[in-house]
Design a protein around this ligand. Sequence first.
Ligand SMILES: CC(C)(COP(=O)(O)OP(=O)(O)OC[C@H]1O[C@@H](n2cnc3c(N)ncnc32)[C@H](O)[C@@H]1OP(=O)(O)O)[C@@H](O)C(=O)NCCC(=O)NCCSC(=O)CC(=O)O
Length: 509
Amino acid sequence: MAETKNNSKVKVHEDTKLTPFSSNSTTAAPFTLPLTYFDTYWFKFPPVERLFLYQITELTSDSFNSAILPKLKHALSLTLLHYTPLAGHLMWPPDAAKPAIYYFPDDGVSLTVAESNSDFALLSGSGIRDAAEFNPLVPQLSISDDKTEAHRLSAHRLSAHRLSAHGLSAHGSSAHGLSAHGSSAHRLSAHGSSAHGDLRSDQLIWISASTSCMMFIKSWAYFSKQIQSSDVHNANPSLAPELTPCFDRTVIKDPDGIDMVYVKHWMDFTGSSDTRSLKVLATAVDKEGSSDFVRKTFELSGEDIKKLRDKVNKINNEAGESKQLHLSTFVLTCAHAYVCQIRAKRVEANTTVEFAVGGDCRGRLDPPVPTNYFGNCIGSVIAEAKASDMIRDDGVAVVAEKLSEMIKVLKGNGVQGSEDKMVKTIAMLKEKGHVMLTAAGSNRFDDYGSDFGWGRPKKVEIVSVDRTGAISLVESKDGGGGGVEIGVVLKKQQMEVFASLFVNGLEDL
Ligand SMILES: CC(C)(COP(=O)(O)OP(=O)(O)OC[C@H]1O[C@@H](n2cnc3c(N)ncnc32)[C@H](O)[C@@H]1OP(=O)(O)O)[C@@H](O)C(=O)NCCC(=O)NCCSC(=O)CC(=O)O
């Protein structure tokens, strides 16, 4: 039984490898999947880690072990049959110019089944929690200089209360270098029976550490739901067409060899000793630790978004600004949260603040890439503003205009790969003490729609923002209402200021 510094205990029951399902004992043939310029742009960045928490009624340890877990594993095997590259490894052989995904027969995804006494109610809430509370549940990819797991998963049984004998959690996964960087428009939410003291049901927690994997998670959920509700353990159902991934790398056109331009820039950046290392970049938090950081979830309702839109329009009208702005939910949410971040962190007025917006390029490339393309296909645009402009009374309008312009670039030719883009990215990474504002996830992924047969998750958390400093975006649990959940990690005192600014900024309209 391993104990964390937060006194959460994790007992690993099983560490197993799941291979793609085969009904006739044959394995998929070996193959290599090349990286595109989108992959070679992103492969050094830390993976995005998602955590899905489920509350399951009438679950016992026996029913988990005898029914749920075998079906979950079978569903995973079935999913891997369609997502075979995730069972492979990202490798950079000495004779290869760039890394690639390699799959060999018997490759599989690691699944750790464990029990944890982490407090389910605490983790699935929205209040202030130590950021480190989530660490024991996040599976760590095995990453060496020349070989990296493509994916890792684990399942934990959790307590309803820290002292409860019950609880179940399943966590884990990491797609490295291959991830689909979020699919176009899926997401989900739900809350379990009760968050009060007499919780009797057990919970399943699921962590997904991946930049991509909403499409993969949805596929796993799709099979799991079918299998959980049937007695046919060996059923081999087909996958819904919209979830069936396309791995055809030729759809990403790269006549100028931008893939290798990016690789060369990364090699120059990482220095002489480990130019070909697959290890991801360490963030400031990786280096300094996250012990004094806390996490909290904020929410903007559809009504709040409308108020923010009216506020920005009013400011612009009063300033005689006639520009047509793109005041979407995404823009207004980020603008409001970024202003609160800069103020809460007391960023000095003369600091240059950088913004990065990532956009799904599949529908924006010419010719467009299929919507079921699985792999990185995120283009990013970087812009900057002075902190002094952001902390003005009209700061939210300043940031909204900035983001609006960036999205217009993204919708124009900003989706194409270019050396200039990489040069800017590297320059930004080299800059000391810079402030970078960005958002992980999306308010259009329907994360809360991931139903494995136990209903919608009680909570979805993008855990990795504790390392990157990004805010996280997830569509609100109730769906439909146009609301957004915003995950924020800050030092405790900064969080208190952020919380007050967040609320006051809405009231002050
Ligand atoms: C560039 C963007 C962020 C810009 O978003 P915006 O919302 O501002 O702009 P948009 O053109 O997409 O949408 C504008 C309006 O169109 C409508 N609209 C768009 N998409 C819709 C959908 N799926 N369902 C319903 N309405 C939709 C809405 O009315 C919306 O306004 P309104 O919202 O007001 O109703 C986005 O287009 C995009 O590419 N999103 C995907 C970003 C992404 O992949 N992020 C992941 C980063 S990687 C990462 O973090 C890893 C991971 O997640 O695993």
